[in-house]
Structure formats: structure tokens, C-alpha cells
Design a protein around this ligand. Structure first.
Ligand code: DQA
Length: 157
């Protein structure tokens, strides 16, 4: 059987506290629930998933480097680093596959400091405010053939 394309799902700081942390903003699902739902959707789509979360910026950068050429696509919720980190942006600028940026909450409807994202212009799509469904939608989107060819999840390097 041919190997399934691997989608890297990368979660930034504090997302390990999902379900406990500000549930009125982020909902009651835990990160384990997010992972379970992502794996279920990926199964339906014939994708494999490499799901990670870290609170350490260097660990995230190393993970992006590690997956830079091997991952067919990236679903990235960089959490607070979205609004602060040139270094994470630079690492993501070096990946081969398409990036979908995901946020559980609608960052554009919240505090002004959340409106700017260092990642959005690298992403083929930015999904905000759909909760965990946003992650599933990102996977579905990455499984679709893309018209711009060279950034498609299934395009050959
Ligand atoms: C978040 C939004 C960010 O502004 C925030 O720092 C997070 C989570 C979201 O998923 O809605 O930690 O990325």
C-alpha cells in the first residue's frame, strides 16, 4: 500500500490547557479531543497525522525543521506566537508543503493585539472561530487537489 501523506498538526503554547483554560473562549474540548477528531478526519481522508504541542519556541522551530520536507502539509495553531514570533514565521517560510493557519477563537474579533498574524501571509487558508471543527476543515482542505500545483499537499517535491 502506498504511504499516506503525513500532515503535521502543530500546536503552540498553552494549548495543552485546552478544556480548562478560558472555556468561554476556547470551548470545553481538550487537546486530546482535538487530536482524536483530527485523527478521525484524517483517516476518512486517507491522511496520516503527526500531532504535536509544545510550550517552547525552540522545540516548535526544531519540529518545523524536522518536518520541513517530509510533511505533505501543515495545520498550524501557533497560539500566542502567532502574534509575536518572527522566528516561527521564518521556520514556516522554509517548509515545502502548504500551511493552513487555524485558531479556535476568532482572533479578528478579539483584542487588537491578536489581529496581526506573522503566519497568515504564508498560509493557503486561515481558519478562525470554528473551534475544533476548524482543524477538521483544515485537513479536508489540505486533502483537496490545489490549483496552484506546487504548494499542493499531494504534489511531488
Ligand atoms: C489561539 C488565539 C491566540 O490569540 C491565543 O494566544 C491562543 C489560542 C486560538 O486558537 O484561538 O493561545 O491561537
Amino acid at each position: 500500500m502506498p504511504q499516506q501523506p503525513v500532515i503535521a498538526i502543530l500546536n503552540g503554547p498553552n494549548l495543552n490547557l485546552l478544556g480548562e483554560r478560558e472555556p468561554e473562549v476556547y470551548g470545553h474540548d481538550t487537546l486530546a479531543d482535538v487530536e482524536r477528531r483530527c485523527r478521525a478526519r484524517a483517516d476518512e481522508l486517507g491522511l496520516a497525522v503527526d500531532f504535536r504541542q509544545t510550550n517552547h519556541e525552540g522545540v516548535m522551530i526544531d519540529a518545523i525543521h524536522e518536518l520541513r520536507s517530509s510533511a505533505a502539509g501543515f495545520v498550524v495553531n501557533a497560539a500566542g506566537w502567532t502574534h509575536t514570533s518572527v522566528a516561527i514565521r521564518d521556520a514556516l517560510a522554509a517548509v515545502r508543503g502548504p500551511i493552513v493557519e487555524v485558531h479556535l477563537s476568532d482572533i479578528h474579533a478579539r483584542e487588537e493585539f491578536r489581529h496581526f498574524s506573522y503566519i497568515s501571509d504564508l498560509a493557503v487558508e486561515v481558519i478562525v472561530g470554528r473551534g475544533v471543527t476548524g482543524y477538521e476543515d483544515a485537513l479536508t482542505l489540505l486533502a483537496e487537489p490545489r490549483e496552484d500545483g506546487d504548494r499542493g499537499a499531494f504534489s511531488t517535491p
